[in-house]
Design a binder for this molecule. Structure first.
Ligand SMILES: Cc1cc2nc3c(=O)[nH]c(=O)nc-3n(C[C@H](O)[C@H](O)[C@H](O)COP(=O)(O)OP(=O)(O)OC[C@H]3O[C@@H](n4cnc5c(N)ncnc54)[C@H](O)[C@@H]3O)c2cc1C
Length: 469
């Protein structure tokens, strides 16, 4: 139906069951599920379908981490009696491999969206009323609107991202390997990049303002990762507050509040991600936006009826699989399927550095706060007793947290090479509120790292096998 805008010009207008703003993990998952359910969908994306995760996040970083693992294996192969020589890292070739992975997934995703009855709209969208998004002068009216505009790499006040001071976005574009790097921030993104660069031969220093790296994880995981990183030659400065940086020919000088100065080729700023909820008309039509975030209720409804939000703009863990699940949830909600509310505590978390850190549920500190220190018990199974981990040459542990008096597992925390692959079972155990006694009789294949998860439950159920009581 033709529609006159304020200048009296004809504006094209189309109506859909769902109009989605942002084609990242949250937005495209919502589009795919909604179209599966027979809803008419418009998906609006200004850049590349797939968003941060596919193009600047999960996938490229994990490809780099895999190349890093190959470099480590080549470097350390003589330990296994296999003699190889690591002649060098050709970063352009590494990037080519990484981009090949992204390219294939991107093509697949584009094909998937094309194969559904989804109207894919390229362009920058703006919410102009509670049910309308405008793109390039065209209006997309939605019986429901889904906001999924994602997040961006944050910096610190006064710290400009330019030249040799970069975030993960620019770091992924680098066609050279720095000899010395300072990584500001010891969270997930910071430690993953630190790990890659160290494997590629860089001198790496992590500067973290808090008292430990990966501070959102259980303290035992932070300690173990700290130890493993230092063993790998990564320098870590905790309780170290950044004061400033100057750039000069060939490098940066970073000053800490203590007065200490550090020299490096680049400074990578990894101080978290800001939510991208401002500047798209949300507030103007009455949607509450809080420092870029769009708060929702547990059914992902914003304060404006008919407008939902998914992904990184919704306060909480900024992870791709959370976005996927939220996207699916909203599509099902709109279709009237009354889906089960997402349990944020059950969202698995994996940090893919070497060694990996993986967890689900409550940390020991959180569990003690929730149930009382006397009502919580924990057990740490050392990977020293796990055959496959010994074969791989990795150290680490699986830490379980349960509530006492027959209570369920409320937290699983793991450190070690490849432990991220174990998070699936850990998540099921947590989500199904299994007790160690429920898990103990389940058979875990030998020799796998997965077996360590079984052993940890055997021990907590009072019948340790390859472990001291
Ligand atoms: C370096 C790095 C590594 C990461 N690694 C992992 C990992 O290993 N595992 C994991 O689970 N998560 C990881 N993440 C996080 C993950 O990438 C995000 O949680 C996920 O991408 C969030 O999805 P989203 O849909 O909310 O937002 P995004 O993926 O950011 O997508 C939002 C989309 O909206 C578009 N958009 C914004 N405004 C408009 C507009 N006005 N009009 C049209 N389009 C618009 C953007 O172009 C973008 O494509 C990583 C992130 C980074 C930066």
């Amino acid at each position: 139906m033709p529609n006159l805008d304020t200048d009296g010009l004809d504006m094209a207008e189309q109506t859909f069951d769902v109009v989605i703003l942002g084609g990242g993990s949250g937005g495209y998952a919502c589009a795919l599920r909604a179209s599966q359910l027979g809803l008419s969908v418009a998906l609006i994306e200004k850049d590349k379908l797939g968003g941060t995760c596919l193009h600047r996040g999960c996938v490229p970083t994990k490809a780099l981490l895999h190349a890093a693992e190959v470099a480590d294996t080549a470097r350390e192969s003589s330990h296994y009696g296999v003699y190889t020589e690591l002649q060098g890292i050709d970063i352009n070739k590494v990037n080519e491999y990484r981009d090949g992975v992204i390219g294939r997934l991107y093509k697949g995703l584009q094909g998937l969206v094309k194969s559904k009855a989804i109207t894919y709209v390229e362009g920058t969208g703006r919410l102009v009323s509670a049910n309308t998004v405008e793109v390039n002068g065209e209006k997309f009216v939605g019986r429901n609107i889904v906001l999924g505009t994602g997040s961006y790499a944050r910096s610190l006040p006064g710290l400009e991202i330019t030249g040799r001071v970069m975030t993960s976005d620019q770091a992924l574009d680098m066609d050279w390997i720095p000899s010395r790097v300072i990584v500001l921030g010891g969270g997930v993104i910071g430690v993953e990049f630190a790990s890659v660069w160290r494997s590629f031969g860089s001198e790496v220093t992590i500067v973290e303002g808090l008292s430990r790296i990966v501070p959102a994880e259980d303290e035992a995981c932070s300690k173990a990762l700290d130890r493993a990183f230092r063993k790998r030659g990564i320098k870590i400065k905790t309780d170290a507050r950044f004061a400033g940086v100057t750039q000069h020919d060939g490098g940066v000088t970073v000053t800490l509040e203590s007065g200490e100065t550090l020299e490096a080729d680049i400074l990578m700023v990894a101080v978290g991600r800001g939510a991208n909820g401002a500047g798209h008309g949300f507030e103007e039509v009455g949607v509450t936006v809080d420092r870029g975030y769009v708060p929702t209720d547990e059914r992902l409804r914003t304060n404006v009826p008919g407008i939902f939000a998914v992904g990184d703009i919704v306060p909480g863990l900024q992870l791709a699989h959370r976005g996927f699940q939220q996207g699916i949830f909203v599509a099902e909600e709109i279709a009237g399927l009354n889906p089960r509310v997402i349990d944020e505590k059950a969202i698995p978390r994996v940090t893919y550095c070497e060694p990996e850190v993986a967890s689900v549920g409550y940390t020991e500190t959180q569990a003690k706060e929730k149930w009382g220190a006397d009502n919580v018990e924990s057990y740490e199974y050392n990977l020293g007793g796990n055959g496959k981990s010994q074969i791989l040459g990795t150290a680490g542990f699986i830490k379980l947290i349960r509530t006492k008096n027959g209570g369920p597992i409320v937290g699983v925390h793991m450190v070690g090479a490849r432990v991220g692959e174990q998070i699936g079972e850990a998540q099921l155990i947590f989500s199904w509120e299994a007790t160690p006694e429920d898990v103990a009789p389940l058979i875990h294949a030998h020799p796998t790292q997965n077996e360590a998860l079984g052993e940890a439950h055997l021990a907590l159920a009072g019948k340790p096998l390859h472990a001291h009581a």
